[in-house]
Design a protein around this ligand. Structure first.
Ligand code: AMP
Length: 196
């Protein structure tokens, strides 16, 4: 059966110090599964990545993992994925994640997560796609980063428009349903496949 939607989750390959990050990742996976959705993610079993994938599957969702060959051992490629794609490079991984998903959400994570979030955000700024992008700000984890982005607006390197391209929320279910609703209202074509 075709999934109701496909959402790409970016998150840490580590669990972080506070359990609130793990609980949020579980809530995200559960919501995807309960709503018969598909998770597109980095394909690992470690940290929050593994948590979100396990929770999605446990709730009946579909899991698509995309991992570069070089990281199969390091991030522990997840054999429980319904689809596991082992690709040659990081760029291939990110392009495929971008193409496969209807929407994107970043949970807590490290520089890999930041990089993926900023890339998909800038791709939207450039018109490479027009799919919804969200940041789940668990326990204020992203407060300082968002303050810095606001500093960039004040300094004239961007304007408020860039801030409208990302939806920020603290509640997993609320943010996920807003992103999926937005994706349904404005279905995006295959722009990414054409420009990448
Ligand atoms: P992290 O948030 O640093 O734990 O990384 C989360 C995910 O981002 C992992 O799947 C990493 O493989 C991925 N990642 C790490 N470095 C990069 C990079 N340079 N470009 C894109 N993704 C990365």
């Amino acid at each position: 059966m075709k999934p109701a939607f496909s959402i790409c989750v970016y998150c840490g390959s580590r669990p972080g110090q506070q359990l609130s990050h793990t609980y949020a990742a579980e809530a995200v996976g559960r919501w995807i599964g309960e709503n018969r959705g598909e998770l597109v993610y980095g394909g690992g079993r470690t940290g929050l990545m593994g948590t979100v994938a396990d929770a999605t599957r446990a709730a009946g969702g579909r899991v698509v993992g995309i991992i570069p060959t070089a990281l199969v051992g390091k991030e522990v490629a997840n054999p429980l994925c319904d689809e596991l794609h082992v690709v040659d490079t990081m760029h291939e991984r990110k392009a495929m994640m971008g193409e496969r998903a209807d929407a994107f959400i970043a949970l807590s994570g490290g520089i890999g997560t930041f990089e993926e979030l900023f890339e998909i955000w800038t791709w939207r700024q450039l018109g490479y796609h027009d799919k919804p992008v969200g940041i789940l700000n668990v326990a204020g984890y992203y407060d300082r980063m968002l303050d810095f982005v606001a500093h960039g607006v004040r300094e004239g390197f961007m304007n408020d428009w860039q801030m409208t391209l990302v939806r920020i929320g603290r509640e997993p279910e609320e943010l996920l349903s807003a992103l999926v609703d937005e994706a349904r209202r404005h279905p995006s074509g295959d722009q990414l496949a054409r420009v990448l």
